[in-house]
Write a new protein. Structure first.
Length: 157
């Protein structure tokens, strides 16, 4: 009887997990934030997103910053230009990478320094074609100040 109850409980837990994963609008991997020095008031956050349906990343927030924005970086002539954007398209079934030198998240007016080894919570705000919004929260690992795209010195989320 105990084995049957344990087996049913395990099956129930697996079903709940599958439902929770099916409701998650995107898969987020390799989320990381660049470390800061004590007086630094801004840093970048980077990650990879894979969505089963076409969505847009329309916002972000984090408890470590008063302001969090989606930014784009591009070369304009010989000058690197960074500016806030209202959204980033996440095509269905395609990995969209927010990385240094491209689309990324800026955490501004930091409330504290972020140091290597910490985890920074990020809440991503996603919107579908019907303008319905969903949120996904992820913990981004803090990597060293000199971290670049492609360096995997922390586990994936």
């Amino acid at each position: 009887m105990l084995r049957l109850a344990a087996a049913l409980f395990t099956l129930f837990a697996l079903c709940l997990s599958a439902v929770a994963q099916a409701q998650s609008p995107v898969r987020v991997t390799d989320a990381w934030v660049r470390a800061t020095v004590p007086t630094q008031r801004a840093t970048g956050a980077f990650l990879k997103l894979l969505s089963p349906e076409t969505l847009q990343l329309v916002g972000v927030r984090s408890p470590v910053a008063d302001v969090a924005e989606i930014h784009s970086t591009r070369m304009k002539g010989e000058v690197m230009e960074m500016r806030a954007v209202s959204s980033v398209l996440l095509p269905a079934g395609v990995v969209t990478e927010l990385k240094p030198g491209g689309f990324h998240i800026m955490l501004l007016q930091l409330k504290m320094a972020v140091t290597v080894g910490q985890k920074v919570p990020l809440t991503l705000i996603l919107e579908n074609d019907q303008h319905e919004r969903q949120e996904v929260t992820v913990e981004a690992y803090v990597r060293p100040l000199n971290a670049r795209d492609g360096i995997r010195n922390t586990p994936e989320n």
